[in-house]
Ligand binder design. Structure first.
Ligand SMILES: Nc1ncnc2c1ncn2[C@@H]1O[C@H](COP(=O)(O)OP(=O)(O)OP(=O)(O)O)[C@@H](O)[C@H]1O
Ligand SMILES: [Mg+2]
Length: 487
């Protein structure tokens, strides 16, 4: 495939210095193709003066958004808002502003000379993708770009062209079969039982279990002395004259749940809410023991002690159904999900060539939905069952190769013992398959894996023919580009 016109020569050879952008629900990563790590890893949030929002609606009005560390500075009337949801940009003005900030002021790109590879989840609609392309060609004037599916990037990072990518990120967990380096959209599954879900469970648990413990965000604390619950917190707060908004305060509080998630959670060996009551009791007793107790220090200096709950919180990823929230509003935020994705796109999904068939392979592929999914009742799929369902939807010829190459990635996958528990459950529920899990040992590599994969992909010698130039896009039009060039 040629990249059209005479523009292809511009990106060929060693001079390519492409930009790689991985916009995630919680973190946005930006850097140069060929580098080992992104230059910038920042929250996918921005701060804005409420008065500026009003001004931006007026003709010629301008907004001044702040990004990165600056959003943590307490200011009057400053809102903190997310830019993405479910790995898709939802606030386009803020996204353009954020990327311009990092491209121009931080990385100081001569971006007119550089193509850009942007990662995207598998569930984007063509309308969304078109908006993405239009934005990058029109607002930034990049000469060429490429949209790469995150699971494809992850498969490249691991050098496994046939695999199953399990990405446990902030807003969502996604499971995607990748064949010949191409993500199979129709077999992919996704739920929201991921990082944000855990944050909500942590917040819910602390409020329920330690209602007297004061949850103060760190920016409010002036001094503190250590205490342990139920002894009251001993601290003083800063005199804040600023008129702090709820969204700023909530975002700052959220950091507490993240800290808790990253330091306190461990995955139990087995489901805690077993069908067998006596087994369940003995597991719970084990995890309640003194050896499993840990203290978590709140910003006020007061520590809370937890044992079984540290494991129960991580168990919610595997068994969300057993853990309703105490706060009813939170239950509404997470409607039951079996992971099926309704893809708005009508283009043909990649059809892998038939592999050599083995004797048993004349079995048909089981349907995606299980028997009890009859439209009235939604089966709730935790992590292992989401992966097993995806596996069973993969063509029988490819299933064993995919089962042998399951890649576990995303920030939440760093919770200790998560892969061990997954291995046990997947092996038990898929007796005919040899399950092998692959999780990168280096945590910052795992955390940035989609970006790193994009960096590898865009710096491959053969990649120059993949870029879509602005001229080609204008000539050929979005329909053909979207269905044929970006897989
Ligand atoms: N060591 C850790 N242990 C547990 N959770 C962690 C750890 N490090 C980060 N996380 C959690 O991982 C989540 C962020 O993961 P990641 O950066 O993969 O998401 P993202 O790429 O921004 O989002 P998405 O891919 O869902 O759009 C946050 O919820 C964060 O609290
Ligand atoms: Mg991600």
């Amino acid at each position: 495939m040629s990249s059209g016109g005479n523009t292809s020569s511009v990106y060929a050879g060693d001079e390519i210095n492409a930009i790689v952008l991985d916009p995630g629900s919680y973190n946005t990563r930006i850097g140069y193709a060929g580098d080992d790590f992104p230059k910038v890893v920042v929250p996918s949030y921005y701060g804005i003066d409420k008065n500026d929002i009003a001004k931006s609606n007026a003709p010629g009005g301008k907004t001044r958004r702040v990004f990165g560390e600056d959003i943590n500075l307490p200011r009057s009337n400053f809102e903190t808002n997310p830019i993405l949801k479910d790995s898709e940009i939802q606030d386009w003005d803020a996204a353009v502003d954020q990327y311009s900030h990092y491209f121009n002021k931080v990385l100081k790109l001569d971006y007119k000379e550089q193509p850009i590879l942007i990662t995207e989840p598998v569930w984007t609609s063509n309308q969304y993708r078109q908006q993405l392309i239009d934005t990058f060609f029109e607002k930034f004037d990049f000469p060429a770009l490429y949209l790469a599916k995150s699971p494809t990037c992850i498969s490249f990072q691991q050098g496994r062209p046939n695999c199953l990518v399990v990405d446990i990120g902030h807003d969502s967990v996604s499971v995607t079969p990748v064949i010949d380096g191409i993500s199979l959209l129709k077999n992919s599954m996704k739920t929201n039982y991921a990082g944000r879900f855990l944050s909500d469970h942590i917040q819910d648990l602390l409020a329920h279990k330690f209602p007297e413990a004061k949850i103060e965000p760190r920016y409010r604390i002036k001094s503190k002395n250590p205490t342990v619950f139920p002894t009251a917190a001993d601290y003083t707060t800063k005199p804040l004259n600023e008129n702090i908004t709820t969204s700023f305060d909530d975002y700052q509080k959220e950091k507490i749940w993240h800290e808790f998630k990253e330091s306190m959670l461990e995955v139990p060996e087995k489901k805690l809410n077993n069908l067998n009551a006596s087994q369940s009791n003995s597991i719970k007793e084990f995890y309640s023991s003194d050896a499993n107790k840990r203290l978590f220090e709140l910003p006020t200096g007061q520590s809370v002690e937890l044992s079984l709950d540290r494991y129960a919180l991580a168990d919610t990823l595997f068994d969300p159904e057993s853990y309703p929230f105490h706060n009813a509003d939170l239950n509404e935020k997470y409607p039951p999900s079996n992971g099926e994705i309704s893809l708005a796109n009508t283009f043909d999904d990649y059809k892998p060539l038939k592999r050599a068939r083995k004797a048993e392979s004349n079995q048909s592929t089981p349907p995606l939905s299980q028997d009890d999914h009859n439209g009235n009742h939604t089966e709730i799929r935790g992590l292992s069952s989401l992966i097993s369902s995806t596996l069973s939807s993969v063509d029988i010829d490819l299933r064993s190769s995919v089962a042998h190459n399951i890649i576990i990635t995303g920030g939440v996958s760093l919770i200790p013992q998560l892969t061990e528990r997954l291995y046990t459950e997947l092996t038990n529920s898929n007796p005919g398959l040899k399950i092998r899990l692959h999780a990168v040992g280096n945590s910052s590599e795992r955390f940035n894996q989609a970006w790193i994969g994009g960096s590898i992909l865009a710096s491959l010698g053969t990649f120059h023919q993949m870029w879509v130039s602005k001229e080609e896009y204008q000539e050929v039009g979005p329909d053909r580009i979207l269905s044929q060039r970006f897989r």
